[in-house]
Design a protein around this ligand. Structure first.
Ligand code: SF4
Ligand code: SF4
Length: 183
């Protein structure tokens, strides 16, 4: 069942959605991890009135999960919770940057709670510019540390898995070519 958007939550200047995903619409195409040519640093979308439906309809997990504290906002955490898999009971955390938040009790506590509830947890790392992201399922890797309430061990697993993705993933190039007829 779709979750309702929490009304008082906003993007707060975050433009991650205009950069990390590939966009393949009739009027706008751009590869993954490439800033949309219509995104201006200070003012955001410069074609707001005519932006594609895919831009209008996307909200990250920050907008749906009341249990997230303000530290979880993508501009502060460097983490975008993807909402596309909520209906499959999976939380995918796209790690945009290796921020201090990733070693906080707040982060580990929330991940541990999801693992204990049986929610699927995936870590996803943004690829190099023009490449698709890569992800890893975390539940089995974290099961022992979560059961033991061992935050330090959980943090070791986080660090290991993110380093493993970086080191061993064969990043797939996104062949989408940058093009736009929006104005
Ligand atoms: S990641 Fe979330 S907060 Fe950032 S631009 Fe997208 S919807 Fe807004
Ligand atoms: S068209 Fe606007 S909302 Fe869509 S990706 Fe580009 S800048 Fe962002």
């Amino acid at each position: 069942m779709p979750l309702p958007v929490i009304e008082d939550r906003g993007c707060e200047g975050c433009t991650a959605c205009c950069e990390f995903p590939p966009i393949r619409t009739e009027k706008l195409q751009k590869p993954a991890n490439t800033l949309c040519p219509h995104c201006a640093e200070a003012s955001g979308c410069t074609v707001y009135e005519v932006r594609p439906d895919v831009c209008r309809g996307f909200y990250c997990g920050w907008f749906f999960l009341p249990e997230l504290t303000s530290d979880w906002h993508p501009v502060r955490s460097g983490v975008v919770i993807r909402s596309e898999h909520f209906e499959e009971d999976v939380v995918t955390l796209l790690i945009l940057e290796l921020s201090a938040f990733l070693v906080s009790e707040e982060f580990a506590g929330m991940i541990g709670a999801w693992v204990e509830q049986g929610v699927g947890v995936e870590f996803e790392r943004v690829g190099p510019p023009g490449h698709l992201p890569a992800k890893m399922r975390m539940n089995e890797l974290l099961a022992e540390a979560v059961a033991a309430r061992d935050l330090r061990e959980m943090q070791k697993v986080f660090a290991w898995s993110l380093a493993h993705i970086e080191r061993s993933h064969d990043w797939e190039k996104d062949e989408t070519l940058l093009a736009s007829t929006l104005s």
